[in-house]
Design a protein around this ligand. Structure first.
Ligand code: AMP
Ligand code: ZN
Length: 138
């Protein structure tokens, strides 16, 4: 299913041109217009799913192997020594385009960290309580 008002539906299906690095019957992988690093790519399903919660299992199962394949190619082609697979869900998580996508971000030696945080503190009691709350919602 496509969403007529969704730019990533149009890009994924070739209605809007993009710098495509990979395509198969289900996915198109393009270069990000606002790259976090040289070669930053986006894996786009050709059907519209708003986020990972809407992505059917069969589609989801294909995304991680594709991310690994693209990341491995980046290491060969670009000289990056690693890559981040990043996937934002919801405004609070930084999602700005509401068509599922996985970022593949090449990482180069000496560059600043992109995906990092200051570790907080949590007591065993807090962790146990949190774990129960989440488990009960599964
Ligand atoms: P997110 O913040 O996870 O929703 O990521 C959206 C990403 O899409 C950002 O990194 C944008 O730079 C990128 N982006 C938005 N529009 C386009 C476009 N037309 N072509 C390529 N990348 C895009
Ligand atoms: Zn879409």
């Amino acid at each position: 299913m496509k969403d007529e008002s969704c730019i990533f539906c149009k890009i994924a299906n070739g209605e809007i041109p993009s710098s495509t690095i990979y395509e198969d019957e289900n996915f198109r992988v393009i270069l990000d217009l606002g790259p976090a690093s040289r070669g930053h790519a986006l894996i786009l399903p050709k059907e519209h799913f708003a986020d990972v919660c809407a992505l059917p299992d069969g589609w989801a199962a294909k995304v991680l192997p594709l991310g690994a394949k693209i990341g491995a190619a980046m290491k060969k082609a670009l000289g990056c020594t690693g890559f981040n697979l990043v996937q934002n869900n919801g405004v609070s998580a930084g999602q700005t385009v509401f068509h599922f996508h996985m970022h593949v971000i090449p990482r180069y030696d000496g560059a600043l960290s992109i995906v990092s945080w200051e570790p907080g503190k949590a007591s065993p009691e807090e962790l146990a309580e949190l774990a129960k709350e989440i488990k009960d919602a599964l």
